[in-house]
Design a protein around this ligand. Structure first.
Ligand SMILES: Cc1ncc(C[n+]2csc(CCOP(=O)(O)OP(=O)(O)O)c2C)c(N)n1
Ligand SMILES: [Mg+2]
Length: 320
């Protein structure tokens, strides 16, 4: 059971991500952010909930839909906006952009635009931990589309065979760009397929932050008792287009759910409803939102004014 105080701290983290992404939506067409943005409205509860439960020292890896992961790990809105505006003070000196945010000093080792690519790297990091007889774990976040990559199965197989301390986190929106799972998969469901592997499986509703955290804790505890990989499968609804700041319910590949269903699928509204039910005053939530909003605004404004990298930076940090 997650108590009120902890639930409020989770709300704080969730709202920070939402407000950061709402700011991107407001600013994007000013065309100063020269980076594609894969927004995660609908998905935040997964990164926020899982990262909240990870032990310190954990390493994380992710995908291009990584804003919530970066902010959940670091809380660093200054670096976040600096990177999105392509500025020197960003974690990738403005060269990484939205899709390759990372913060190695905080354990967020890599995120990538190439579907599935960070999965084997995360398993390699877990193998290194096991080799050094360390107790740190590695968590890797990926979409349901990555499960159709061969490397996903090789990584899950190897991690299960070697009992590696790695937590696979599948963020399942049932979509790869515009393609539904039923058009892509020759197997019945991701949890059914994963059950065939020797790992601890947790399944849940990724729109419900408190249950994401509870599920994560349960699987982490199983991994501690009986060392094997963990696999968390969370479903969620992608509110916006695959890439970019708009809704795309007019694109013809899916229907917009009704208002009641939209409220259920929105992790922020869902948590607000739960907090109200538990007797949290709406003014307390309002205060959290106001503080997060001021932080996000300040970071975005500073990033707009910040300098770009000098031309000499073009050839640094480049490996290929
Ligand atoms: C190896 C590779 N193949 C194809 C693509 C093109 N691509 C970009 S996003 C995407 C869909 C991935 O869907 P999913 O993993 O479910 O992530 P989501 O966008 O739903 O978060 C594809 C196929 C790519 N980036 N990398
Ligand atoms: Mg998907």
């Amino acid at each position: 059971m997650i108590r009120k105080k902890e639930a409020l701290s989770l709300y704080q983290k969730l709202v920070l991500v939402r407000l950061a992404e709402e700011t991107i939506r407001e600013e994007y067409f000013n065309d100063e952010m020269k980076t594609p943005v894969h927004l995660g409205i609908g998905a935040y509860a997964i990164s926020v909930g899982v990262c909240h439960c990870l032990p310190s020292g954990a390493k994380t890896f992710g995908t291009y839909r990584n804003h919530a992961l970066y902010l959940a790990v670091t809380g660093d809105t200054d670096g976040f906006f600096a990177e999105l505006y392509g500025k020197l003070s960003g974690p990738g000196k403005g060269k990484a952009g939205s899709m390759h945010l990372c913060a190695p000093a905080r354990g967020l080792m890599a995120t990538s635009a190439v579907v599935g690519t960070t999965i084997p790297v995360a398993v390699g990091a877990a193998l290194a931990n096991a080799y050094r007889k360390g107790s740190d774990i590695v968590a890797v976040f990926f979409g349901d589309g990555a499960v159709e990559e061969g490397v996903f199965w090789e990584s899950l197989n190897f991690a299960s065979l070697k009992r590696l301390p790695v937590l696979f986190v599948c963020e399942d929106n049932n979509l790869a760009i515009h393609a539904h799972a039923s058009e892509r998969r020759g197997f019945r469901s991701i949890p059914d397929a994963v059950r065939a592997f020797d790992c601890h499986l947790g399944i849940g509703d990724g729109s419900d932050l408190l249950s994401v955290a509870q599920n994560t804790r349960a699987v982490l505890a199983q991994m501690t008792r009986d060392l094997k990989p963990g696999f968390l499968h969370f479903t969620y609804f992608r509110f916006l287009e695959h890439v970019g700041p708009r809704e795309d319910f007019d694109a013809g590949y899916r229907e917009k759910p009704g208002p009641k269903e939209m409220a259920r699928l929105d992790p922020v509204r869902r948590l607000e409803t739960e907090l109200l039910r538990r007797g949290v005053a709406s003014s307390a939530m309002e205060a959290i939102r106001a503080e997060a909003s001021a932080k996000v605004r300040r970071s975005a404004e500073e990033a707009q004014k910040a300098p770009f990298a000098p031309p000499a930076e073009l050839t640094t940090d480049v490996w290929a």
